[in-house]
Design a protein around this ligand. Structure first.
Ligand code: GLN
Length: 286
């Protein structure tokens, strides 16, 4: 028999802390819970851990210490009310994006069957959450990365099987002038967490080594993809249609300025995330 669960977790957390992992104790608990197929809370009542489970736990700790994202090791990422399947090839959804969805849902409240487009959907976190929380919404998720879209499709299939309204998954580039032509002027809301990291910016090792480059890099000022996204959104949205775009901490002025400067949108506003950092810009098509 291995050491007690307490000792196992204390040692594990110390090891992850030494490796520079930001939340060592939580990560250790979540990995042990994953190995045992239990909830994190259920670890409290654990009597012992058998050698096989302890060995599997040790192997996952090695990978986490080498900065493989926790969500790749568990294969799951919590996002609002959903658990998305994630792994190599797809951007791990972040909690700060949950607020953009909150805004989108508030905007759609009272619209019975809104047409919603999520540009650059990745795991499908935004699109699938909107479909889950607004049962009338007709959501299309667009993704250009051939590897990432496998995850979009997989998660969409899982959610449809769980009873949510089906989300349409479309292979396409949000900057393509031919994208979704049949929906020109027919969309209620365009929402996106586009690639916005300026080329050459420093990102954590987990991110640089494991999130797909196509989900991150946005050209010299990080806004290259957004420029194309604004043209697409202006075409898809009729007057009064809504737009919500996530951005980097440092883009709280530049992105709203870009949206205003396009001349196509009014009511431009910027919103902070829960940590108080500028996080997403919203606007209404003129
Ligand atoms: N917020 C992301 C990060 O943590 C960047 C995401 C993006 O470019 N959409 O790196």
């Amino acid at each position: 028999m291995s050491p007690s669960p307490r000792t196992l977790l204390t040692d594990a957390a110390r090891r992850l802390a030494d490796a520079g992992v930001a939340s060592p104790r939580v990560d250790a608990e979540l990995l042990l819970a994953h190995v045992l197929g239990r909830s994190r809370a259920a670890l409290l009542t654990l009597d012992g851990v058998d050698d096989d489970a302890a060995a599997r736990f040790g192997a996952l700790l090695d990978q986490r210490a080498a900065r493989v994202p926790l969500q790749h090791l568990t294969g799951r990422a919590p996002f609002r009310h959903l658990e998305l399947a994630v792994g190599p090839g797809v951007f791990v959804p972040r909690p700060e994006t949950e607020q953009l969805v909150e805004w989108a849902l508030a905007r759609l409240a009272g619209v019975a069957e809104p047409v919603v487009i999520d540009l650059g959907s990745g795991s499908g976190a935004i699109a699938l959450s909107i479909a889950h929380e607004h049962p009338g919404a007709r959501v299309t998720a667009v993704e250009r990365d051939p590897q990432a879209i496998e995850w979009t499709r997989h998660n969409a299939a899982l959610r449809a099987a769980a009873g949510d309204a089906p989300v349409t998954v479309l292979a396409g580039d949000m900057t393509d002038p031919g994208l979704l032509r049949d929906l020109d002027g027919a969309v209620d809301l365009v929402v996106s967490n586009p690639p916005y990291v300026p080329d050459g910016a420093r990102v954590p090792r987990e991110v640089a080594d494991h999130d797909p480059p196509l989900a991150l890099w946005g050209g010299p000022d990080g806004l290259d993809v957004v420029r194309g996204l604004l043209r697409t959104a202006a075409r898809l949205l009729p007057a009064g249609g809504g737009l919500g775009i996530e951005h980097a901490d440092a883009q709280g002025d530049s992105l709203p300025a870009l949206v205003r400067g396009s001349g196509d949108f009014g009511d431009v506003a910027d919103h902070p995330d829960l940590a108080g950092r500028p996080r997403f810009t919203t606007a209404v098509r003129r």
